[in-house]
Design a binder for this molecule. Sequence first.
Ligand code: ADP
Ligand code: MG
Length: 319
Amino acid sequence: PEVAHRIAAGEVVERPASAVKELVENSLDAGASRVEVEVSGGGTELIRVTDDGFGMARDDAERAVMQHATSKILTADDLASVRSLGFRGEALHAIGAVSTLTLTTRGAQDSVGARVVVVAGGTVEVSAANHPVGTTVEVRDLFLNLPVRRGFLGSERAEANAVAGVVQGLALGSPGVGFSLKVGGPAALSFPAARDLRERVAQVHGLPLAKSLVPVEDGAVRGLVSPVERSFPTRRYLHVSVNGRVVEADSFAPAVAKAYADLLPKGRHPAAFLALELGAGEVDVNVHPAKSAVRLRGGRTAYPLVVGAIRSALRLWKE
Ligand code: ADP
Ligand code: MG
């Protein structure tokens, strides 16, 4: 494809971790109960995501790597109604434009699976292939035709860590789904399907932290937070999903901090793992035109909801 097209693709997929996020979200949209992720070279050599979701028929697999330009979400109203994580129909196409992408899949109704190969946005080759019901997407040589983008990437280790962060975040957002991550060698992370959020937090951050957490059960805001007796010298134990989507937790940090205002020693931070269910008017959606990324921010209503829910959880715990 021409340069502008490649650059546009590079905007959708900034680094290996963003490709992993798109691929794993596709697996979750496909109803997977297990998602396996493998990367090597920090994800620039290889990203492989395998799921046991509902897979695709041959024609659908071929269509999946084409650009559909169907934006299912344009407004906050849509965000409240569209429950699938994918909605732009461009992630696979964008990744295929800047890598060698191989998608192998089989739908439950099909006796034979299909394999679709795209090399750097060129012709799409389709053939029959064996695969259990579900899908494997292999991405090799990411950004092979975007050397400048490659130059902006961090070290192999930094990129692998970013991939691990994405997998941990998505795992916290879907406790019932089993996840594993291999980073060029033996298993780096393994999170078997968990009973609930607390068990998943234990898998991701350890049992002592998970055990100490207090339940937040406030209708729109549910999850687990640390009691005032336990705080951390870091803000890294903050995880938020909105209507099932894992979001950048930063914009919710002020609301969480406010709930603990004057309760924690200076320089100490709480842990909070929150799932918010918000109506259209309660969340700000910012659809970035170039990046096609949707950013969610706690709107005016979300802020007091979060503060109130945590405050009442902390009070209940003390009594
Ligand atoms: P989007 O997720 O925004 O629809 P993608 O480019 O990520 O766009 O995926 C295109 C389509 O390919 C999806 O809508 C889905 O129908 C199909 N697809 C992609 N990955 C998978 C998967 N792992 N399992 C089943 N279907 C998939
Ligand atoms: Mg998608």
